[in-house]
Design a protein around this ligand. Structure first.
Ligand SMILES: *Cc1c(COP(=O)(O)O)cnc(C)c1O
Ligand code: SF4
Length: 334
């Protein structure tokens, strides 16, 4: 049984959710939802819920402080060697836990031609920018022609050596990944695509075929996942996700602790729980399949590893916990 668009949750409270936050689900995603399962981990990521009307005191419209680091429209420059370039604020789907949920949506703007030129000029004029991370919204909703224009401009800038795309398109709308898109992303520079996936069930045959197109074209794939209550807050679920990604040639890169985005408290869990989970999967799963568990510090202070719970300093020595919970004292230099 497949879920149809008309079966999206309805009602007055849900109408309020839809007014406040963008809602969109693709047919591909609908097909992976099991309508018989009230706790379906795919449905929970995409279908609006009345819980979103509840905002808690620590939640922020701009949870990771991007606005404070934006020298020109469409650019976020927080770290010295890399910038975010956000040409578009729409996505193929709208994730209920999105940290940019106040900014993304069908009514949101795409950079005008002139604004994009200004953003590219900032990159051209800032020598220390080694990597450009193209994100949004979802940059892979852009047409191959627009993507090729951005790539051509970046290819001309000698100090930019790495171009990275962050996207959910291959997972949420795999048919958008066409040969024309892949051609548009080809470059003599290193190009990486970071795929957003949170559950192994998202990785259908169509999704696998779409991701293989990048890999065959010499574009390595990494993944980012968000740790979400009710979706993947379980060691076996995480293990299955990271093993599936690795086996399909996608290297798990980051596991994000959920951000303080408004109306997302039903997805959040304490860092202690995240640490417990990554400790569980650490020893039993190949190192190649391990992502870094990271926290984006609210307010724009950047990301930090959140999972370094194994080594604690104790009066000059280190107390080291192994993956089975055993504790060992590690003495310093002498
Ligand atoms: C996450 C992020 C990056 C990329 O960080 P990496 O650790 O290199 O993946 C760059 N700039 C901003 C503003 C970010 O939020
Ligand atoms: S695809 Fe990314 S930017 Fe778009 S709603 Fe989902 S998490 Fe947010």
């Amino acid at each position: 049984m497949k879920l149809k668009r008309e079966q999206l949750p309805q009602g007055d409270a849900l109408a309020q959710v839809r007014e406040r936050y963008a809602v969109s689900v693709t047919e591909e995603v609908m097909e992976t939802i099991d309508p018989a399962d009230p706790a379906d981990p795919i449905a929970r990521q995409y279908l609006p819920s009345v819980e979103e009307l509840q905002t808690t005191p620590g939640e922020l419209a701009d949870p990771i402080g991007d606005d404070a680091h934006s020298p020109v429209k469409g650019i976020v420059h927080r770290y010295p060697d890399r910038v975010l370039l956000k040409p578009v604020h729409v996505c193929a789907v709208y994730c209920r836990f999105c940290f940019r949920r106040e900014k993304v949506g069908p009514g949101s703007e795409t950079l005008s031609k002139e604004e994009l030129q200004k953003a590219l000029a900032y990159i051209r004029n800032t020598q220390q920018i080694w990597e450009v991370i193209i994100t949004g919204g979802d940059p892979l909703v852009l047409s191959p022609r627009r993507l090729a224009e951005i790539m051509a401009a970046l290819n001309e800038i000698p100090h930019v050596q790495v171009i990275r795309f962050h996207t959910r398109v291959p997972v949420a709308d795999p048919s958008r990944v066409t040969d024309e898109m892949i051609d548009a992303l080809q470059s003599a520079k290193a190009v990486y695509v970071v795929l957003h996936a949170n559950h192994a069930r998202e990785l259908t045959d169509k999704v696998r075929a779409a991701t293989l197109k990048f890999i065959r074209a010499g574009i390595p794939l990494l993944s980012q996942s968000t740790l979400l209550k009710g979706v993947n807050d379980d060691a076996s679920v995480l293990e299955e996700l990271f093993r599936a990604l690795t086996a399909m040639k996608v290297k798990p890169y980051y596991l994000h602790h959920p951000d303080m985005a408004p109306g997302t408290s039903h997805f959040r869990l304490p860092i202690s729980r995240g640490r417990e989970l990554i400790k569980k999967i650490w020893g039993r799963m190949s190192g190649v399949a391990q992502p870094s568990y990271v926290l984006d510090i609210p307010g724009g202070f950047g990301k930090v590893p959140a999972g370094s719970a194994w080594i604690e300093e104790r009066e000059g020595d280190c107390l080291v916990t192994d993956y089975q919970g055993g504790q060992h004292v590690y003495k310093g230099e002498d």
